[in-house]
Design a protein around this ligand. Sequence first.
Ligand SMILES: Nc1ncnc2c1ncn2[C@@H]1O[C@H](COP(=O)(O)OP(=O)(O)O)[C@@H](O)[C@H]1O
Ligand SMILES: [Mg+2]
Length: 417
Amino acid sequence: MTESIRRIGLSLGADLCWPVYYEDIVTELDLALDLGGEKIRFDIERVTIEPFDLTQPVKYDLVMDRLSPWYPTTREWIKKAVVMDGLYTLNNPFTFQSMQKHTSYVAMMRLGLPVPKTWMLPPRDYEEGPDLGITLESYAQMFDLRDIGEKVGYPAFLKPYDGGAWVGVSRIDSYEDLQAAYDSSGTRVMHLQEAVEPFDLFVRALGVGPQVNSMRYDPGAPIHDRYKVEFDFLDADEWQRMEDVALIINGFFGWDFNSCEALRRDGILHPIDFANANPDSQVTSLHYHIPWLVKALIRWSLFCAATKRPMRMATDWEPYFEIADSGGSDGERIKDMAAIARAGFAHLEFASFCDTYLDDLDEVTWTYFGEDRAKAAVKHKVGAIFPAHEVDRFTDHFWGLLEFWRATERDRLDALV
Ligand SMILES: Nc1ncnc2c1ncn2[C@@H]1O[C@H](COP(=O)(O)OP(=O)(O)O)[C@@H](O)[C@H]1O
Ligand SMILES: [Mg+2]
């Protein structure tokens, strides 16, 4: 049998913990898959940044990329590699570059999801440019901010149309707040969005390929304590709905790795933020939940690399629009659209790949998160973001949550036997 190596590149910035877990666990699995008449092994490597000839082939089959959203050299290297060398990458740089939060709002409104009422505002200030004066004098309409505030209603949120990391987000309770926040928004194009309040639940769902994990989230807590360790915050129907909605968004845009935030008001889950090209993946925020993420990334990346999953550069929206326009109840349409998304993520082939080749993954991961090297990676990350005098305390805190994960995971695995 011929041996074939699949090369996986990790394109990283400040991520210090999950790549170590990923590399250690994949090494521990020591895989040699009998697939398609070949013996497939994996080679994992950190991608470096360097000048490149546009015709120079790329050695990777798949790149897990955390840089493209903000580092243009890497983004353009990856785009070249997708177009010229058949690279598969998480996430698709083409759709993430062109479709930001705003596009995700309008697309999901078009599909009938309950996105809160949202207005777009032209920017308060402009960078000078040669054609700017005549454009604005000819066409920019004066508008009454008070009127728009009343149409959206208070409370509301003023936030950048392409936002991320809570930058420039203001809660607005009155016209005076709106005026002040808009006046200080500078050159950013902003959304004014109806607040989903009072909400009784904030959920963040992480999606990796066809896999989704929903977590309760508390946006008011300190960063290390926002993801909650709770298990019964959604009933079975809501859990399914959250998974379906996250998959619809990710399938529609071709995003392999994304997070979706939703707020529940009067029993309805309203998606508010779901174009996150670099979902939070740090042990210092995900703690108990990080083993789920690491396993999900391992499964999906190995599946895509091993089976040479083709990268889709373009998206195919028509099937979703057809369902959106087909009548039927909201529930039926969501189920049908989620089925398209699952098929797009090859969920059946993926499940069978995991059953056949990755049956050790749960146990290997369980053992790994009890080892000193896993704890050392936690400490390394904590050391990078906490003051020196807090490093030991917070390392113990996150490690304690991982020990708790091991206890609950042990129960889960024993129940499966
Ligand atoms: N429509 C809304 N209703 C209630 N809270 C909101 C709304 N929009 C934003 N927020 C609050 O502001 C935070 C940041 O807004 P979000 O849209 O998630 O921006 P970012 O992309 O910067 O994370 C949210 O996590 C939430 O706490
Ligand atoms: Mg957010």
